[in-house]
Design a protein around this ligand. Structure first.
Ligand SMILES: Cc1cc2nc3c(=O)[nH]c(=O)nc-3n(C[C@H](O)[C@H](O)[C@H](O)COP(=O)(O)O)c2cc1C
Length: 498
């Protein structure tokens, strides 16, 4: 399948590009079951061009992340030689920018020329390109000349066989490696029969591999049908969308497997790669098909988070274990790479600090210490602001004290922990006790003072034990105090147990 490191499209079976379906978990599952290549969902060039490439060491993936922190495309080493990046574009220059952005992480670049949906066609993308062959040529030529990996495109058929053949001949001349032909007109719906004769005429007319597509509904139901479809179209290769979406084990010559098993395997990948919960839900609903109104289907439809989806499948334990494993890896990576000395940038001081609950006595937290200290100093109460990033839903807080802001560079699994970590940074930088067990013995505070990090505070030296006792006493008095929540709020009043 690979010739001199380049992907060949002869005699292969492919997972078709599918919006919402073709994310990493489905692609890996299709590969597991025997697909040779897997297309990602169509990604629009304008959005992709704004993304930056992030190596995600926690998930062991490469992520292309939008300015709003959304992961637009996630891929991993396992699929690197098999994944085709499909883009929606109507602009050769922008197409090249995107292709170059992902070039090192994917096996080929594909341009969608078949999507009949308005959101695609109104921007001149998708099936709109079929009536603008000059634009097709410009985009494909630019890509072929500009990247070192194969370039392909996916089209729908035109009203006549002659027009279709003539378009594909023109496409072939641009230097693309293969062309996928969905055997339907752009006005035809997925339920309409596929025109195998058009695909056959194209396959005979060009020498690049033709990938036949459109056979899922009535022609390809089992693995053996894939070869029948290939023969019926005379194409080199076959691409499956719906048949794979309903049961990805269609790629397996040992299959088909019961869809319950396939859903479970899919969900494992979805957890492992932190797939968007709505995406996961959509895919599982597609797999359930007419069972979507079953008790399981109803529970799935009601689920709003990955945890709830896993619960519907009785897989909450695996979900929990995976979260813990990922958090442990995040902690290890963070603590080995981040400096634990304060770094000042403008009015923000950052330090790599992790909040460890077990390091503090019961009912004692750094936030309480910071609040007490602020009161004593007659300062305004510390103000906490928290953000959550979408790539792993981790939290980071920033605390403002005396017009200065403090945060930990390490992201935490909960908002409460993130606030505690910010409080620890503030206390450490100010050289104020934070209530940690053994702190009084470590000479930490005195050492900080010696290092001149006191920042002009008046916290008295020494007896931290007495300080803790006083705070605990205070805590006991105000046992009923409310715990405030929200993304922008004043600190918890003791007691607090994160
Ligand atoms: C849920 C879904 C999403 C799709 N998204 C895309 C897409 O992103 N890009 C594309 O070229 N075609 C897309 N298609 C079309 C399929 O790739 C394919 O051409 C069509 O479903 C016919 O193949 P089939 O008979 O095997 O389903 C999508 C189809 C489905 C069902």
């Amino acid at each position: 399948m690979m010739a001199a490191g380049r992907l060949s499209f002869r005699n292969i079976t492919a997972l078709a590009p599918m919006v919402r379906v073709g994310t990493l978990p489905m692609r890996l599952l299709a590969l597991d079951y025997g697909a040779d290549v897997v297309y990602c969902e169509e990604l629009i060039d304008i959005k992709m061009a704004q993304c930056h490439r992030v190596v995600n060491d926690v998930l062991e993936t490469v992520d292309f992340v939008a300015p709003d922190d959304r992961v637009m495309f996630r891929t991993c080493e396992r699929e690197k030689d098999r994944v085709i990046f499909q883009m929606g574009t109507a602009d050769p220059d922008r197409a090249l920018v995107v292709a170059r952005l992902v070039e090192k992480d994917v096996a080929a670049i594909d341009v969608n020329m078949g999507c009949p949906k308005e959101y695609s066609t109104k921007g001149g993308m998708g099936a709109a390109l079929l009536s603008d062959p000059d634009k097709i040529e410009a985009i494909l030529k630019k890509l072929v000349a500009g990247v070192s990996i194969p370039v392909t495109c996916k089209i729908r058929i035109l009203p006549t066989v002659e027009e279709t053949v003539s378009l594909v001949r023109r496409i072939e001349k641009t230097g693309v490696t293969a062309v996928a032909v969905h055997g339907r007109l752009k006005e035809e719906r997925p339920r309409h029969p596929v025109h195998c004769d058009y695909i056959q005429a194209v396959a005979q007319a060009v020498s690049i591999p033709v990938i036949a597509n459109g056979g899922s509904l009535d022609l390809v139901k089992t693995n053996a049908d894939i070869e029948e479809f290939r023969k019926a179209t005379g194409a080199s290769s076959v691409m499956l969308a719906r048949a794979a979406m309903w049961n990805a084990s269609v790629f397996s010559n040992q299959g088909p497997l019961p869809v319950e098993r396939v859903m479970e395997e899919y969900l494992k990948y979805a957890i492992q790669y932190d797939n968007n919960a709505f995406n996961t839900k959509y895919c599982l609903c597609q797999m359930l098909r007419d069972k979507v109104e079953s008790p399981l289907g109803k529970q799935l439809q009601a689920a709003q988070t990955s945890a709830e989806i896993c619960k519907a499948y009785g897989m909450q334990e695996l979900f929990q274990q995976t979260q813990e494993r990922l958090q442990a890896r995040r902690d290890t990576l963070q603590s080995s790479t981040e400096p634990d000395r304060p770094v000042v940038d403008g009015d923000v001081t950052t330090m790599a600090v992790k909040f460890e609950r077990r390091e503090y006595p019961p009912r004692v937290t750094p936030k309480m210490f910071l609040l007490e200290w602020s009161r004593k100093e007659k300062l305004e109460q510390p103000l906490y602001e928290t953000v959550q990033r979408s790539q792993d839903r981790a939290f980071q807080s920033i605390v403002t004290v005396a017009q200065k802001r403090y945060r930990s560079s390490l992201w935490e699994k909960s908002k409460k922990f993130a606030e505690q970590a910010a409080a620890v940074v503030c206390l450490r930088v100010l050289g104020v006790p934070e209530g940690r067990i053994g702190e009084e013995d470590s000479g930490l505070v005195c050492k900080r003072k010696r290092e001149g990090k006191m920042n002009g505070t008046t916290e008295e030296e020494g007896n931290i034990k007495r300080h803790i006792a006083a705070i605990q006493q205070e805590t006991d008095k105000s046992e009923a105090a409310a715990v405030v929540s929200g993304d922008h709020h004043r600190p918890d009043t003791p007691p607090e147990q994160p």
